[in-house]
Design a protein around this ligand. Sequence first.
Ligand SMILES: Cc1cc2nc3c(=O)[nH]c(=O)nc-3n(C[C@H](O)[C@H](O)[C@H](O)COP(=O)(O)OP(=O)(O)OC[C@H]3O[C@@H](n4cnc5c(N)ncnc54)[C@H](O)[C@@H]3O)c2cc1C
Length: 281
Amino acid sequence: MIIKHDEPLKNYTTFRMGGFAKTIFFPENIEDIELLYDKNGDAFSYILGGGSNLLINDSHYFGEVICLKMLNVKIIREGDGVYQIGGGMRLQKIINEINGDGYGGIEYLYSVPGLLGGAIYMNAGRGPTHHQCISDYLESVTVFINGQVRTLKKEECAFSHRYSAFQDMVNPIILDAHFRFHNEEKDKLREARESRMKLVKEKQDNTKPNFGSVFCKSNTKIMKILCSISNKKGVHYSKKTPNWLLNDNGTYEQAIHEIKKAERLHKIMRQSCKREIIIWD
Ligand SMILES: Cc1cc2nc3c(=O)[nH]c(=O)nc-3n(C[C@H](O)[C@H](O)[C@H](O)COP(=O)(O)OP(=O)(O)OC[C@H]3O[C@@H](n4cnc5c(N)ncnc54)[C@H](O)[C@@H]3O)c2cc1C
């Protein structure tokens, strides 16, 4: 298992922000996870996937952190669209692999820079009106929790919009998952991937580091007001993509200020909003 010391966590997040980790572990399999659990239990409080939904305090010195980008990076074909996929696999890679076999269903996630474990934890998907998320094709998830490996059926994971039961568990590690994807013509799957990337180019502001949507529930009008009055320096709301914060060499303090500003405005206008991004304070 690779172990690094005094690592800048900003290198592990798409928002390019974060303090340092005293030690960062890169487990590759269940044996590494068990070893860590016995010797470095504290590390389980800070689990990194692809770091694409994380805001990390830039002035905090974190102790032990686990990065799962090397965990079970494999895909096992069980036939008829059934796959066992490792938690450390990139979503784009998974889609390329299953589409290559003539199976699909999650091409709208082609633009999401996360790993499978993070996507299951967040129940990543499209906006709330589309009712499409990674759990649609999921059958079961294998998770390391309280020192034990457990396999949970989809029904036990309580998936809903950007929610999974893993968010309420104490330091779970998603090891792998079983999926059953649907059969589709390869040309159609390629078109679906291409149309996703075209849409993303048109609608999403990737000019600066970001973590996608800040809120999974928010009022569009309020978010548009915030975009129009947002400063262009440091951490600021994108003018192109409402609900996205961009990091132009900004600080954690600025990011928190912008998030709280949006939450306050929703409260004043009696609208509900729910934060999607995970914060390591
Ligand atoms: C450009 C861009 C576009 C995006 N588009 C979308 C989109 O279309 N739809 C969408 O839903 N999201 C989107 N996101 C947000 C983000 O990519 C997703 O939430 C993604 O699923 C997070 O995965 P990750 O591996 O990066 O998780 P991380 O950000 O590393 O972690 C997120 C949470 O999951 C936990 N976690 C990670 N891996 C595991 C594991 N194996 N076991 C247990 N817990 C784990 C972490 O501890 C953390 O609490 C976007 C982000 C960006 C930057």
